[in-house]
Design a protein around this ligand. Structure first.
Ligand code: NMX
Ligand code: MLT
Length: 396
């Protein structure tokens, strides 16, 4: 579409068969940060995700915000800029202590974003986006520490990079020597890069942009986006997937096939498999399988997940209604997090959210300040076809 800006082009013919299909495939907007090819998977501003996975997270965040990689001292300057924006007011952290401990961490993240916004919003799209990207690690670390009873929140260390500082602020019990911290930091850097963005139409991003189209601020929009991410068919699949893998009593390939058949027959999902757009193994999963072979080749859950990579595909392929039988980004991420000391699955989607906040914030900035000559997209208002509602009148 960008090739012919301003010219109307027939991208899609809409028929009644398209109603109630979750907007699947409907072209509704443009996206400058990333593209999802059904076979090749996601690229950020043209760069394949596998090439970006090992880079510094600040470099990848800069790419999404500026639609080009940093040159010269731009990366250092961007890192310094984010560092200068860190710091959450202590009363925000204090308020978190009153949230119900039985609430899911994604509820805490959504509430935390709203509370942080109440205290720090500037109503400038770019400023709020950058402030939020810089402060989200402290918010997520505080959620972990307060909710799981690890202790008081740990203050940011201005000498550390974004993800090294996140690991410092997490203070994960048991991850207390330099080697363990370095391992966790390396994993979370890769995890952050892999999860940042996935095209314009994924549920959480779409919800975030929809809320922002009503001119709600970045924090409010991101809280709504995180509510969208929370469900087990979307970001919540990383929690559901490892929880499911842990219940599998075998890593034997033939027995795993039977387990997949039984799971489908019971009406349950095979979490970590399938996708609304992808039609091949997700390159983000490929990167993580390779990482796991280096990081934790002997871990029981990793071996089960690695064998499911083939066993599940074989069985899911037999079911013609399943459009994509291949592993997605959530297929193995939990096994790697567990191997590096983050064992509580209920927080895994917060880690997904921490990263996705960056991509969604970048897309909100684009949609609010760049498109339509800087005017921004109008308020979202798709059409729903009214069914079974003939004109009626109340009779006295
Ligand atoms: N396990 C069981 N059933 C599945 C699976 C799966 N992994 N994938 C698709 N199906 C079913 C799906 O529920 C649907 O059933 P029905 O017609 O009864 O509603 C049917 O197959 C056709 O669905 P698709 O067109 O293949 O997929 P759709 O685009 O509707 O949904 C997902 C995509 C990702 C929601 C779906 O594949 C799924 O539920 N996967 C498991 C959950 C998961 O791993 N989600 C993570 C996605 C990535 N992310 O992080 O957001
Ligand atoms: C993903 O990262 O795979 C998603 O956000 C789901 C999607 O693109 O629909």
């Amino acid at each position: 579409m960008a090739d012919n800006a301003g010219e109307a082009q027939a991208l899609f013919t809409i028929t009644t068969a398209h109603l109630d299909t979750g907007l699947r495939g409907f072209p509704v907007g443009s996206c400058m940060t990333s593209k999802v090819d059904p076979i090749k998977g996601v690229s950020y501003v043209g760069y394949p995700i596998a090439e970006l996975a090992p880079r510094e997270p600040e470099e990848v965040a800069f790419l999404l915000l500026n639609r080009r990689l940093p040159v010269g001292d731009e990366l250092a300057a961007f890192g310094d800029d984010l560092r200068a924006r860190r710091g959450i007011p202590s009363d925000v952290l204090e308020t978190l202590k009153h949230l119900p401990k039985e609430g899911h961490p994604m509820g805490w993240l959504s509430a935390g974003l709203l509370i942080l916004g109440m205290r720090t919003v500037t109503h400038d799209w770019v400023e709020d986006a950058k402030n939020l990207i810089a402060r989200a690690p402290e918010l997520c670390a505080a959620i972990y520490r307060i909710r799981s009873g690890w202790g008081a929140p740990i203050a940011p260390n201005p000498k550390l990079d974004l993800i090294a500082d996140f690991v410092h602020m997490l203070g994960v019990p048991g991850v207390d020597d330099d080697a363990a911290r370095t391992r966790l930091t390396a994993l979370l850097k890769s995890f952050y890069n892999l999860h940042m963005d996935h095209g314009g139409g994924n549920l959480s991003t779409f919800v975030g942009k929809a809320v922002a189209s009503g001119h709600a601020d970045v924090y409010t929009s991101l809280a709504a986006a995180m509510d969208g991410l929370a469900g087990p068919l979307h970001g919540g699949a990383n929690e559901a997937c490892l929880a499911q893998v842990r219940t599998i009593p075998t890593s034997d390939p033939a027995e795993l096939e039977q387990w997949v058949r039984d799971t489908l027959a019971s009406g349950d999902k095979v979490y970590g498999f399938g996708h609304a757009v992808l039609r091949a193994e997700d390159p983000r999963a490929t990167v993580q399988y390779e990482l796991g072979e280096k990081l934790c080749p002997d871990s029981k859950v990793f071996r089960t997940a690695a064998n499911l990579r083939h066993a599940a595909v074989k069985v899911l392929k037999e079911n013609p209604k399943i459009s994509n039988p291949y592993p997605n980004v959530d297929a193995v991420s939990g096994s790697l997090l567990e191997a590096c000391g983050l064992t509580d699955t209920t927080y895994y989607t917060v880690l997904f959210g921490l990263s996705r906040i960056t991509g969604i914030a970048a897309q909100i900035v684009d949609e609010r300040t760049r498109i339509r000559g800087g005017k921004g997209a109008p308020i979202y208002r798709p059409k729903y076809v009214a069914l079974d509602q003939p004109d009626r009148h109340i009779e006295d």
